[in-house]
Design a protein around this ligand. Sequence first.
Ligand code: ATP
Length: 477
Amino acid sequence: MNKFFDFIISHSKIYGFIYPSSDIYGGINAVYDYGHYGVGLKNNIKKYWWKSMTQLHENIIGIDTSILMNTNVWVASGHIKKFNELFIDNKDSNKRYRPDLLIKNYVDKNILNDSVRKNDILKRLLYYLENNKLLKINKLISELNIKDEISKTKNWTRIRFINMMFKIYNESEDIYLRPETAQGIFCNFNNVQKSNRMKIPFGIAQIGKSFRNEIIARQFLFRLREFEQMEMQFFILPKEEKIWYEYWKKIRLQWHLNLNLGKNLYKLYNHKNLAHYESIGVDIKFNFPFGLKELEGIHSRRDFDLKRHELFSKKKLRYFIKDSKKNIIPYVIETSLGLDRMFLAVLSSSLKKEKIKNNKFRIVLKIPTFLSPIKAAIFPLVKKNNLPKIAKDIFNNLKIKYPLIYDYKESIGKLYRRQDAIGTPLCFTIDYNTIETNTITVRYRDTMKQKRIHIKEICNTIEKVTSIENILNKISV
Ligand code: ATP
């Protein structure tokens, strides 16, 4: 891991964004807790996604389905048979790896200038993966002389695979923790369509927890075993697959770009190895501190899921087209974004160490202002002459409308630094002038500029700087 990434992780803990789960027991691999500011930021990302989907599209309906589902769902969806991951262990370090990634990383690092050899290796890998030739992959690892970075040995086990779903103990039947939220949506296709009188094309959106027994889960919030997804399944006429696929690709990319995290941080990558359910797919990749990695996937799942659920449940999952008087199984375009990955994308691209006056530095979290967990902080300049009371009154008047902080525990410089570190866009300071003129100082996080405004302007200033409406207006369809 690199230094900047370590810094993000420690900053997250020190300032109450993310804590390791079960910290006092030494944690648990790839599971994290969100602290006060973490929850605030996460909820604001959710709100941005949820409003963009369900409020701006009158044909998208929200839902919140259960984590536990009838086991036949996972038989039908193919997860019990096909949701497997290959793994290999190094016997000396006891570290577990995905053999495909072991080979790809080796090739990326060591075969830089020989593109013919590189392509040949990757082609062989793909062929072995597609044809389940695990021994051949083992041989390729030996042929390339790949050593474990920790133990520096080639003492590898045979490659095996495990199912990535968590099975929970139950006396009468196997129950799984869902590995994706999508199946809850497919199973409710009839319910939603009928109860909301939806006409094709229409979508169903959901935010919820998913669980995957990831083999290599060593990248903080990027690869978790318990995580949240924001998924939307859009049901369409089969002949319109290409149109809606392109539409959602564009809309989703725009959603990301509107955050202004940096256009150069994103890259589209068309899927070459398609998952068992998809016919076309693209990843929106993001430049995380450890490289360009998948942030969101947009796929056409065609009629794969509804067809399989019809087969296994013996219930019709169809849509009646009046013109042709035919009952069809709609196609599905899916957009699937990991909330925790999105959180990490926002955090890692916004956390800055900036040079300020007198060769000093400040740590500032320049997150989009509408995502800030705290919208403004209110300080009395000193703890005397009624200044704390005036500040507290302002705080009490506005706290119903906005998440605010009232603070007086340190010097004003330190109070500013703390708010910078958690991404608070505005600080209001009450000083002696306030008593006479009813004005206060407002200080802006990004520029550190200050100006005086009337107390009556505080509310408008917060609204103008932090409102989600500014951004929703940009993407209104
Ligand atoms: P990857 O190839 O990185 O494992 P995936 O292709 O398996 O991801 P999908 O099944 O398409 O991912 O899941 C949709 C989204 O859910 C991903 O784009 C990602 O943002 C998020 N996601 C998937 N697995 C995890 C995980 N283990 N931890 C956090 N987020 C995840």
